[in-house]
Design a protein around this ligand. Structure first.
Ligand code: ASP
Length: 347
């Protein structure tokens, strides 16, 4: 076991006692479990893979992996340290899905709880519901003993404050630094900034599970919910087929029901990368409004899709060039994803 994996054992998912070993006898013997995720999940896929080799159920392994990213204050798109909404309040979305039971759980617009994916797991296992939002989700998390913390780090608060001050010339917020260190380019960078982790997990017996967790779009409207907690959009799995998920512009993902589309495409025989490319093409075909295209008519936003199938094959595709993380018996690594335009996202 590597040093990283060993440290990973201390993740809060373990502390929360979320382990549920796979009971069923293996029907389909893979060479190795497989975990894939967005770029920011290199450590997460290693932890998820390690857990599956120890017999953890894929959904629990996935949550153990993403918990490490939720706990990282340096990642400004997930958990603590996530960029807040336009009011300066961090609101988190997350979902989990378990292949063997076909059940899912999710939370949206959840404040003050660092590990929303773990709360989503509780929704799946301790309620007859799929999705809890806002105050109700917070009360549910409290009932399960999740501690309340201030999710807004100083770094995230400062970014938000600068964004707020520079946002408009017709309100009473004033930026003392109008032409200083952070000019228009800095401001543009945070317009619709994304950041999320999706993790798809396939155990050695072919069982699957998946998870997506995020702070959503930076400076979103209060109460805005993206694709991550919407089952069938930012996250989906089917134990007969595989897993699918997305990151990036959540509105586009919701409008094509992307994760369920990915799994359906694989069910019809497409390999994972082709299924992901088909989803990007579907976003392209169904995005009809002009403001979401550049002057060459190309989509002006990044969206990434991820898929694994029951055989342990995996793939990913996006609008603009990017990488994803994967771990199998060859170890954790980043891999280029297929893309529609083959060049880096617009600045
Ligand atoms: N898909 C997420 C959302 O729209 C954002 C992201 O992936 O960065 O909330």
């Amino acid at each position: 076991m590597s040093e990283v994996s060993r440290r990973g054992f201390l993740s809060s998912a373990v502390a929360g006692g979320l382990v549920a070993p796979i009971a069923a006898p293996a029907l389909l013997r893979l060479r190795s479990p497989v975990a894939i995720s967005s770029f920011n999940g290199l450590k997460a896929v290693e932890i998820a893979w390690q857990r599956m080799t120890e017999g953890w159920r894929p959904v629990d392994a996935a949550v153990a992996g993403v918990s490490v990213v939720e706990d990282d204050p340096e990642d400004d798109g997930v958990g603590i340290g996530g960029l807040p909404n336009e009011d300066g309040v961090v609101e988190l979305d997350a979902s989990v899905m378990d292949g063997p039971s076909g059940l899912a759980g999710a939370v949206a617009s959840l404040q003050n709880i660092q590990n929303p994916a773990q709360v989503a797991l509780k929704v799946m296992r301790h309620t007859d519901h799929v999705l809890l939002v806002g105050e109700g989700a917070l009360r549910f998390a409290r009932a399960h003993g999740f501690p309340e913390v201030n999710l807004l780090t100083e770094a995230a608060r400062k970014k938000w404050l600068e964004w707020r001050e520079k946002r408009s010339a017709i309100d009473d917020w004033i930026s003392p630094d109008e032409n200083g260190e952070h000019g228009k380019a800095w401001f543009d960078k945070y317009k619709h900034k994304t950041g999320t982790i999706h993790l798809g997990a396939v155990a050695a017996n072919g069982d699957v599970g998946s998870c997506t967790t995020t702070s959503g779009l930076a400076f979103k409207l209060a109460g805005r919910v993206g694709d991550s907690p919407v089952i069938g959009c930012g996250n989906y799995c089917d134990n007969d087929v595989g897993t699918g998920g997305g990151t990036g512009r959540g509105e586009a993902s919701i409008l094509i029901n992307s994760a369920s589309f990915l799994v359906q495409q694989m069910g019809l025989g497409k390999p994972p990368t082709d299924a992901c490319l088909a989803a990007v093409q579907r976003v392209d075909r169904l995005t009809k409004i002009k403001r979401l295209r550049d002057d060459k008519g190309r989509l002006n936003f990044q969206i990434q899709f991820y898929a694994t199938n029951k055989k342990g094959e995996f793939g990913s595709a996006s609008t603009y060039a990017d990488q994803f993380a994967v771990c199998d018996d060859k170890g954790p690594r980043r891999v280029d994803m297929a893309s529609l335009y083959g060049e880096p996202p617009p600045k």
